[in-house]
Design a protein around this ligand. Sequence first.
Ligand SMILES: Cc1ncc(COP(=O)(O)O)c(C=O)c1O
Length: 327
Amino acid sequence: MNQNENPFDIPRTLKEDILREALCIPWCRYPEPNPMTVREPLGRRLGLAPESILLSSGSNQLIGPVFRAILEPGDPLLICRPVFSLFRKTALMEGARVVEIPLTESFDYDAEALLRESAGAALTVLCCPNNPTGTVMDLFLLEKILKRTPGLVLWDEAYAEFWGQSAVSLIHRYSNLMILRTFSKALGLAGLRVGFLAAHPTIAKQIGKLLMPFDVNVFSLLAARRLLEVGSYIDLQTRKIVRSRNSLAEALKRIPGIRVVPSQANFILFRAARADALFEGLKKRSILIRPMNDYPGLSDYLRVTVGTDEENALFLEAVNTIQKDMP
Ligand SMILES: Cc1ncc(COP(=O)(O)O)c(C=O)c1O
């Protein structure tokens, strides 16, 4: 329960369908260079032209090329803090000057600071729902930023399905907006590595020039296409994870010594009086969640990914017991 994955594997019948189809395609050939078999149905699902979509082997793989396409060394890149650590790391590797805006005490976005600082940023990176907090930004604020900034905005919505909102339709109105999405979370394909960037076709074309050819393999393309054909199954499963998240958060809140950050993602950030001891106690019971020691100011916090009903029950029972026995 430490990687924010979907706890439900692809149904066996669907896996067998995919495997049967995989047996009929030649593995000696390279995959499609501009995989229309996935970009077209994905575009239809999102209301975008395929030319607006760049596929890659996981959305992580797109962060570097996006930064490289936009930033010159020393250019200001704006991020909030805390946020998915790969943004800062990649920005530093690309030689950007990282400007960080702390989230408020309740882990909300600081609208005033964001509007002020994005006015001087070459690239503003926003994550919504935000990893590791699960908090979100009003899309009206995003629009204000898009209107005011002279630069581009990268909006990572890896967990959008669990929020039920998305900025994708704004691509039609703002050519400085780029959106990162993934098949790893709600779509449950983390192991096959498929992610994508959605943006105005001109921007997508420029960033596409920096991607390695044949980035997504034939098998992953096939699985991604089949998954898009069973959209209603995905939607049902997402609703189940959202219900589980809400009941897990309610149950955690009732445990003395725990403070829960309201989440719109498939994970929950919570504060525990003795986070280290709780983490270790859970680990001893073979329950792995995410310590937050690497995030400045979050060492009292832990992050747990919503699991299956059984995993959630075991986790809650263990937290209850460990907290009760804590000296
Ligand atoms: C905010 C955010 N973006 C991107 C990713 C990575 O997604 P992918 O598996 O598509 O590389 C993660 C994974 O945890 C994430 O939390």
